[in-house]
Each structure stands twice: as C-alpha cells, then as structure tokens.
Design a protein around this ligand. Structure first.
Ligand SMILES: [Zn+2]
Length: 373
C-alpha cells in the first residue's frame, strides 16, 4: 500500500447495503454492540458457528472500517420440511406468521437503537441522514466511536399482508422493500423462476405511491425486467454480483449482462457481494478460502462499471452474517474492519480516489439523498 492509498483509506467511508442483523439477533441473540471477536469467543463452544459460521460484525469493527450506514434487513423464510435449522430462527408456516415475524424484526431495530443510542441509530429521513453524517464529520469525530446508522430493508415481501398495510410499515420506519427471497405470491425469486404476479404488480404500485425504494435482489430475471419497467420509483439491487465473472455458475441469483444493462438505464445502484459462493463457483473444492481474494470483488465492481461505462452504479452489499460468516469470505477479511482493503485493488485497476469513494458510499448515498422523505 503506498502513501496515497493510505490517505484515502483513512478518509473513505462506507455504506453497507445489506446485513441481516435482526435475523441474527432473533436467532442467536447476537449482540452487535460487542466486538465481532468477542462474539466469536462467546459462541465458540456453541452450535452457532455450524449454522452461520463466525460473525463478521460488531460495533468496534464498523468504526474501524468507517462504516457509517447499514441497510439492516428484516428477514424470515418459509418453513421447509425436515430442514435442520436453529431453534429460534424465524420460519413461517403461513402469511400471518410471516407478518408477525417481520414486524418483530422491525421492532428489534427500534429496540436496538433505543437501548444503545451510542452504537446504533435509525436513519429514516433526509434530515436524519444529514445530521447523522455531520456527527461523523465533526472535528475529532473520527477519534471517538460513532453510532452506525440503520435503514430498514425488508428482504422478501411475504411479511406484508396487503397493500393497505404498507402505510403502517412506512410510518414504522421501513424504507426499502425487496419483493423476493425465494419465489412467493408476488414474484419469481431465487431457485423459483417466474414473473411478477398480478399481486406483485399491485404491491409495486402501492409502494410507489408511498415512496418506498424497491430492491431487486433475489428477484428472478424475468420479474426483475418487469419491475424495471413497472416501478416508477427509486430502485436498487442491494446485494448481487455479475454472473458472467463467476465461472460455471448456474442459477438465477446473480445478474446477467442484459439485466445489468437494463438496471443501469433505470439508474440502479448494485451492491457487490464479498461472498465466496458469488465470486467463484466450487471454491471450497478448488483451493478453498485462500484462493479467494478481495481482488475478485474489485473485479466485480470493475466489470459492472465497464459494462455500463461509468462508476456511478456500484456500491457494496456485504450480506455479512446472512447465512455465512468469516469462513466464506475472501482471505483478506477477518471482519468488516478489513473492508477498506478492497480499495487498493480498485486503485491498481486505475480508479481514482473519488471513484473509490463512490463505490464505498457515494453511489448509495445519492440514492438515499433522493429517495428518503
Ligand atoms: Zn439475500
């Protein structure tokens, strides 16, 4: 690392567009005000690492990496017969249960921020965003531990009972909705190809009226193309990589070139994911974690920039602790504190400090500044 990269790493700050914090709090009672390393020590003798690997996240590590904002998800999944799942994991058997589980997780973010205002705060409006970032910028602000801003994101819309309920979700602080995880009554999704349904189109129309940001991650490509056409509001893809760079990849979770093009036409910012399964298919068998570098995440960012011809549409959505942890991340990472190690690879590829700042936070910040109320 040369002097100039050391300088901008100090200055660059991050938005992480996807973390399943509430899921982990519900399932494992993880305390994210603690250091990730302390959590690992406490969980070492439990069954937690066998379900979700070692945590990447903790308040001290957010501060070390200069992560100022996180899109914190609400996530529950349909119960699967015979699946080995942690006892407290939020699974639902019907829509009422889903609704209850998703509301519970929004409540968890409120509680987290009320109980630990020094560590976490909800950022739900432009005004709150401005005040939050100003606090980080105060002289000497970087010396003291700062609270991380949370913007609630619903991953999978089955938590929503009906369009009539949307205004209550908005009032309670939900700002971003991804229709899909797997397929559901609204849309085709991961491992469940299919289009937007009539119910999905109705939901999009109601979301647009209120002003929600739409997240396309996990939508089947057919449905994503439709949503790009139908949704008049702001759209992001919180966590997904380009399929083209992932050799032998088969599936509908990553983004094909034509879909990336269509996203760019709608000014969509895409969060690239430092998750080994989304970087190299079969990585465990072919050399393991040692073979997966943050360089491959930089290559994902570069590929999308090259495809669309600018550096305005890539951000980062780590998906950390979302069903995986340390053992499935690139070798340079020991926790989220190491996220800035991505930047020298981008500089090596010819990106300017200003462009790196946009990847790290500027592009998703542009989204928030225009779409928050
Ligand atoms: Zn996801």
């Amino acid at each position: 690392m040369n002097d100039s990269s050391a300088f901008f790493i100090h200055m660059t700050w991050f938005i992480d567009a996807h973390e399943d914090l509430a899921w982990n709090i519900v399932t494992f009672q993880r305390d994210y005000t603690r250091s990730a390393f302390e959590t690992r020590r406490l969980e070492a003798a439990t069954s937690i690492p066998s379900f979700n690997e070692d945590t990447m996240l903790g308040w001290p590590e957010y501060n070390q990496a200069n992560v100022r904002l996180v899109f914190g998800t609400l996530f529950a999944s349909p119960a699967r017969a015979g699946a080995q799942e942690p006892a407290n994991a939020p699974f639902y058997h019907n829509l009422l249960e889903a609704n209850h589980l998703y509301w519970n997780q929004l409540g968890i973010y409120h509680q987290l921020c009320e109980n630990h205002p020094q560590a976490f705060r909800l950022v739900l409006s432009r005004q709150q965003l401005q005040a939050h970032l100003q606090e980080w910028e105060q002289p000497g602000g970087e010396q003291k531990a700062q609270p991380v801003g949370l913007v609630p994101l619903m991953e999978g819309a089955e938590g929503i009972l009906s369009c009539d309920e949307l205004s209550r979700w908005w009032e309670a602080g939900l700002r971003i909705i991804g229709l899909a995880w797997s397929g559901n009554r609204f849309t085709g999704g991961t491992h469940a190809p299919g289009p937007l349904t009539a119910e999905g189109k109705d939901l999009l129309a109601a979301m647009a009226e209120i002003g929600f940001i739409l997240d396309l991650a996990h939508m089947d490509r057919q449905a994503a193309f439709q949503a790009l056409e139908y949704y008049p509001g702001t759209i992001i893809t919180s966590h997904a990589n380009a399929s083209r760079l992932v050799e032998n990849y088969k599936g509908n979770r990553l983004l094909d070139d034509d879909l990336i093009h269509a996203m760019l036409e709608r000014d969509v910012v895409i969060g690239v994911v430092p998750y080994n399964n989304f970087l190299k298919f079969g990585w465990k068998e072919s050399g393991g974690r040692a073979q997966i570098s943050l360089r491959m995440v930089a290559e994902q960012a570069d590929y999308i920039c090259q495809l669309v011809g600018d550096a305005e549409h890539v951000g980062i959505g780590t998906d950390f602790d979302g069903g995986f942890g340390l053992q499935s991340t690139p070798i340079e990472l020991n926790s989220i504190a190491d996220l800035p190690k991505l930047l020298p690879y981008l500089v090596e590829m010819g990106y300017t400090v200003e462009q790196c700042d946009r990847f790290a936070s500027g592009n998703f910040l542009r989204v928030l500044e225009s779409a928050l109320p």
